[in-house]
Design a protein around this ligand. Structure first.
Ligand SMILES: Cc1cc2nc3c(=O)[nH]c(=O)nc-3n(C[C@H](O)[C@H](O)[C@H](O)COP(=O)(O)OP(=O)(O)OC[C@H]3O[C@@H](n4cnc5c(N)ncnc54)[C@H](O)[C@@H]3O)c2cc1C
Length: 463
């Protein structure tokens, strides 16, 4: 039967498309329902990929203006062609989404275009068509979290989606929320000339990250021109004839102040998206934050219905969604599949980058786990000195008794790539000594990881 499948996945983001591809590779007949006119979900269309294209282009623009001269490269002051920069970003989206289309064809996965709803276990409705499915995977992802009373028009009051499309550089950009997305997009527009103010409800940006990293990173961002209003909340955004008036109050109460802004970016997080699925009808349970409840095998309370990615609990990250999608596909095809939630890296793609995996010092202290910490600054790393990219450090936390690595935290140029070696080490349950004894190419930023490992129980060479 044309409409009978082993697996129907709803949502073609990283969780859904990787689940579909792996399942097809393992021999299942797969269809993916996606309502966007392009595959790849939030990540490829309005998330990871476009934001990284804008971060890359804006960083080079900034470098050309600020650092080239010191390196003996004499070029006229760079001029921004924002329309072309946005086209560069759109090309990145196009190339990546078409890549997924190609992979679907290659693996004989049918893309069923439209909004999918679950009519009953084993039945997915898309328009006038009903797909029969031995198993259904919900991978419908997440949506922007809204701030009550602040209406997003995607023109002057924008979500991350609108912030990737601004047709001119705002004079003043006010970012609500000091999380990863706000800091990344704040960096983009800051490098292109906006004055950036971040209002964060908590007393620190990047909640959940290692405290020492956050302190240092805040200092670096301030040096780059960011202003922070911490422990503060936005209570009102009013449109004026020209610009916006933003009312900010101390989170713990006190006098309000009114700030001017040309654009306000609302980036206070994301919420699980299950709209239109008809979960009530089939009785799939959600938690109080609207996330679909699943067991360790990604199964919901209804037989034959599973969920992965942003729509379930856990960090809202593309690679977490991908791992879940693949592990579930393996299980559905009769193989072993699992996700190691203790070793999921997180990266902030600013300049310098911030990357971490495993536990922070605060988490270890709270859990009463004794640890040794080894730290090495990039100011003492030859490559960083040569490139004048000395901001930041590598910190390794290892169990006091066994020396097993429990967490790695890095601020530095290329931290998002450096963290991969910490992921490998932690997956293999390495000790800090294992890393300290490895031969690392010289001169590289990676040597700072080895030196941090050397300092866990002894002394680094270059300090
Ligand atoms: C600006 C920004 C930057 C980000 N940067 C990063 C980053 O650098 N690294 C990182 O790891 N993560 C990043 N993320 C987060 C990342 O995008 C998400 O974690 C990831 O996309 C989640 O994947 P998913 O498959 O669960 O869902 P999504 O990517 O949200 O995909 C879900 C898909 O389901 C579709 N859908 C929903 N309901 C239906 C329905 N009923 N029928 C048919 N289709 C439906 C949607 O149209 C969507 O395409 C970023 C997010 C944003 C917003």
């Amino acid at each position: 039967m044309a409409d009978a499948f082993d697996l129907v996945v709803i949502g073609a983001g990283p969780g859904g498309y990787e689940c579909a591809i792996k399942a097809a590779q393992l021999g299942l007949k797969v269809a993916v329902v996606e309502k966007r006119d392009r595959l790849g979900g939030t990540c490829l269309n309005v998330g990871c990929i476009p934001s990284k294209a804008m971060l890359h282009a804006s960083e080079l623009f900034h470098e050309a203006g600020e650092s080239f001269e010191g390196m003996g490269i004499e070029v006229p002051k760079p001029k921004l062609n924002l329309r072309q920069m946005l086209a560069f970003k759109d090309e990145a989206i196009d190339g990546n989404t078409k890549g997924i289309e190609f992979l679907f064809k290659k693996n004989k996965i049918e893309w069923v275009k439209g909004e999918g709803s679950i009519a009953a276990p084993g039945k997915v409705k898309v328009g006038g068509r009903t797909l029969e499915a031995k198993n259904i995977v919900i991978a419908t992802g997440s949506d922007v979290a809204r701030l009550p009373g602040v209406e997003i028009d995607e023109k002057t009051v924008v979500s991350s989606t609108g912030a990737l499309e601004l047709d001119k550089v705002p004079g003043k950009l006010l970012v609500i929320g000091g999380g990863v997305i706000g800091l990344e997009l704040g960096s983009v527009w800051g490098r292109l000339g906006a004055e950036v103010t971040v209002v964060e409800y908590l007393d620190n940006i990047l909640p959940g990250m290692d405290g020492e990293v956050v302190k240092n990173f805040t200092r670096i961002l301030k040096k780059q021109g960011f202003s922070f209003k911490l422990g503060a909340k936005v209570t009102k955004v009013e449109k004026q004839k020209s610009g916006l008036k933003v009312t900010v109050e101390p989170a713990k109460g006190g006098d309000a102040e009114v700030l001017d802004a040309d654009v306000v970016l609302v980036s206070i997080g994301r919420v699980a998206y299950t709209g239109g699925l008809g979960l009530d009808k089939v009785g799939v349970k959600t938690d109080k934050r609207g996330r679909i409840e699943v067991d360790a095998s990604f199964k919901t309370n209804v037989d034959g219905i599973y969920a992965v990615g942003d729509v379930i609990a856990g960090p809202m990250l593309a690679h977490k969604a991908m791992e879940e999608g693949v592990a579930l596909a393996e299980q559905l095809a009769g193989h072993y599949g699992a996700v190691n939630y203790d070793v999921i890296p997180g990266v902030v793609y600013t300049s310098p980058e911030v990357a971490s995996v495993g536990r922070t010092e605060e988490q270890l202290k709270e859990a009463g786990i004794e640890y040794n910490a080894g730290k090495f600054p990039f100011t003492a790393n030859g490559r960083a000195k040569a490139n004048k990219t000395t901001d930041g450090f590598v910190k390794i936390l290892a169990d006091k008794k066994t020396d097993r690595i429990l967490g790695v935290h890095i601020i530095g140029v290329g931290a998002g790539e450096l963290i991969a070696q910490a992921v490998v080490a932690m997956e293999f349950s390495s000790s800090s000594e294992d890393i300290a004894r490895m031969c690392i190419a010289h001169p590289t930023m990676s040597e700072a990881v080895k030196e941090a490992a050397l300092s866990v129980t002894g002394l680094p060479i270059h300090m």
